[in-house]
Design a protein around this ligand. Structure first.
Ligand code: 5GP
Length: 306
């Protein structure tokens, strides 16, 4: 035991021991993450997802250089060059990266994963705030790009005029939705606008990806986050309105909701717009055809679109 006075700079022995034990445990946990990536048991994109969500967690405290060199085929020299290209200083940890650096690093790693056999752009999620026109863009793709497989969701809401069972949605009651959730048949699901439940049937998506086909999911933002958790290699696309005023105009102009419902959806849209940074790509919906083309282009093999 030391008999120096206990100050902030000189904590009691017992605290020092606890701190050094915690540091050893944290180092060990970080080494575990690196080993999993090195053995290809964990996607580097999943490590990034967790690091960005919890900057002070195990993944967040990993240095960028340690993270990069844990990826098979990236050595110290390559890692240094990548960091220079991405303008990230050598001392940075994943959780300490700024907004732009996060985006650049994720884009780089997504390219890398796609080039090394990941699902990459085969699972593309189109999300965005309410009334931005996701449904219209998805409908346009369904009509003009028959080569794109669009996932058909299950929902507890009633069909609107013109909607077709098995094409627009699978319309199910609450009991059937409960059953699907319990049986693990949904890749993700969410209650949207505090009203009805919507979910993506897992099987068709997994079958398509296994067969090397691309699938597009048009879902809400909570759903996009769940997909990222379940399938970290998925590409997330955020559809943006040309402006806030335009979003309000579209929501009110649609005339399908009551005034109270419109207000509620606008509140949701404000919160949802703030999620844009979590997405890999942004597409502004100036024109439906153009926006649809951009989404379809993102579903093509990366080499072909450069
Ligand atoms: P609507 O009732 O207007 O067809 O859709 C309402 C919202 O539900 C839209 O934002 C749409 O993207 C979302 N949605 C549709 N299918 C799914 C799904 O399978 N999962 C999730 N999370 N959201 C969905």
């Amino acid at each position: 035991m030391s008999d120096r006075p206990v100050t902030a700079a000189n904590p009691p022995e017992v605290d020092r021991v606890a701190a050094s034990r915690a540091a050893v445990a944290a180092r060990r946990a970080r080494a575990g993450v690196k080993a999993e990536v090195a053995a290809s048991r964990r996607s580097p994109l999943d490590v990034l997802r967790v690091a960005y969500e919890e900057p002070e967690g195990v993944e967040g405290r990993l240095r960028v250089t340690e993270f990069l060199t844990s990826i098979p085929a990236i050595g110290a020299t390559k890692s240094a060059r990548i960091m220079q290209d991405l303008e990230i200083s050598t001392s940075k940890r994943l959780g300490g990266l700024g907004r732009l650096q996060r985006r650049r690093l994720r884009e780089f790693i997504a390219e890398w994963v796609a080039a090394h056999g990941g699902t990459g752009d085969r699972l593309v999620v189109l999300a965005g705030p309410t009334a931005v026109g996701k449904g219209t863009v998805a409908g346009y793709i369904r009509q003009h790009h028959p080569e794109v497989r669009l996932s058909v969701s299950a929902t507890t809401r009633a069909p609107r005029p013109g909607e077709v069972e098995g094409e627009s949605y699978y319309f199910v009651d609450d009991a059937e939705f409960d059953r699907m959730v319990e049986a693990g048949e949904l890749l993700e699901w969410a209650t949207v606008h505090n009203a009805y439940r919507y979910g993506t049937p897992r099987k068709p998506v997994e079958q398509a990806i296994a067969a090397g086909q691309s699938v597009l999911l048009e879902i809400d933002i909570q759903g996009a986050r769940s997909v990222r958790r379940a399938m970290p290699d998925a590409t997330l696309v955020f559809l943006l309105p040309p402006s806030w005023d335009e979003l309000v105009r579209r929501l009110v102009g649609r005339g399908t909701e009551t005034a109270a419902e419109q207000q509620r959806r606008l509140e949701t849209a404000k919160v949802e717009l703030a999620a844009v940074d979590e997405f890999d790509h942004q597409v502004v919906n100036h024109d439906v055809g153009e926006a649809a083309q951009k989404v379809v282009d993102l579903m093509r093999p990366r080499k072909g679109r450069r």
